[in-house]
Write a protein that binds this ligand. Sequence first.
Ligand code: PLP
Length: 495
Amino acid sequence: MSTCHSAWLQLALRTRFAEVLFLMAFDLKEIVASRLGENYELHERHINRTLVAAQRVIGFDKIYARAEGAYLYDMDNQPYLDFLSGYSVFNFGRNHPIVKQVIRDVLDLDLPNMVQLDCSLLSGLLAEALVKRTPPHLDAVFFCNSGTEGMEGALKFARAATGRQRAVSLTSAFHGLSFGSLSLMGCESFTEGFGPLMEGFDARIQLDDIDELERQLRSRDVAAFVIETVQGKGCQTPKTDFFVRAQELCRKYGTLLISDEVQTGLGRTGKMFGFQHWNLEPDIITIAKSLSGGYVPCGAIITRRDIYQKTFSRMDRCVVHSSTFGRNNLAMACGLAALEIIDQENLVGKAAKMGALLMGKIDELRAKHSFLKETRGKGLMIGIEFQEPQELKLKMTWKLLHKIDKALFAQMVVSQMLGKHHILTQVAGHNLDVIRILPPLIIGEKEVEMFVNALDDVLNECRKFPGPMWELGNNFVKAALGAKRTVEARPTVSA
Ligand SMILES: Cc1ncc(COP(=O)(O)O)c(C=O)c1O
């Protein structure tokens, strides 16, 4: 063997040896196995201790060790039914084998990633796959990393395309927490302390208030009207033909219609996109969440080519809007896998079918429980609203809870659903008597039964006064009264 060859061999051996040494020193599986259980202490010390405090109060301080499909498993391997899907990140369930395989494939292929000044194959393929699933006029795609980033880009595209500055949105909307998205939202619980917000983004109208929308658009200075077709907060949809008329008004006054499909998109509502329930033709849509395959952050703006080109209008503007990680291979591959699974497993149809079944069964409970006011939403994006009970002995306690915080009753239900029945759900927003359920679209009749039986049981318990549920309520009252207290800001000395 030549000297040269042996030097290479030695280097290769040394490198491999270094790798082995590294793996011996850094064994992630071993670390996870030995330190699982320290989760909340670590977060309290280094991350968001206020969130830890809140999770402890409502009994959400569980330690999940594993996840598969529609279930999370704790350290004792007890299953928890996940009716939140990471806020719609897991439309196809958790740790889907096809997504896992695709990630392994990308790693095995040693693809050139994020060269930036090239055109990668996987981003082209994902764009092609997306426009196959959108109406023909939505044919140009921009990739980003999250829902809020999608909205920021959509707002920039709308301004560039119209030469106008203002944006009008809906009250109770949620579009993300970076400045553009935040400025669209009227909800003080998110905006308090962060002002001033963006100029020109302060016109918010009530769902169904078409006259106010026209009053806003008539000045012809509004670049975009932004909607969520099913609002995440409270799961509201219009009671009139508001969306159709809003689209007509947008056309009449030259305003672009942006549909935020970050939550409603990719099958969640029983259609591929929420706007399809009203046969709308939005000018721009944003998607994210499940496009990540549940693994790698991924978002996209899909719009008309003419709108797109108004942003990328000249050679020197070819990267005027961009993001370093926006088209990275792992995210693109996960997006391709996500779309494939949604088709192969007919998840759009399943969401429609299981959503109708679930809403029907929850509605049936209304005959038994006067607490239940309404079930609403579309597909598997469902809100359950509560109301003051008819039973006299419960009215007082209900009123007391609501005087302190309108969401406390809903929180009581959600906490008991998790604590007693191991079903993860969420209150649908600040000051709301609504719980929101977002199950993975893979659920079957078994999971529907589990949820409905658990809700029936929890509402039965609510009718027992005094009883453990109202004791829980009492604890929440105490916590709510102390909620304005600042959670310790001084760094904790590490143990
Ligand atoms: C409708 C909607 N838009 C935007 C966002 C923001 O997405 P992200 O958290 O990925 O920024 C969300 C997040 O929940 C959402 O539900």
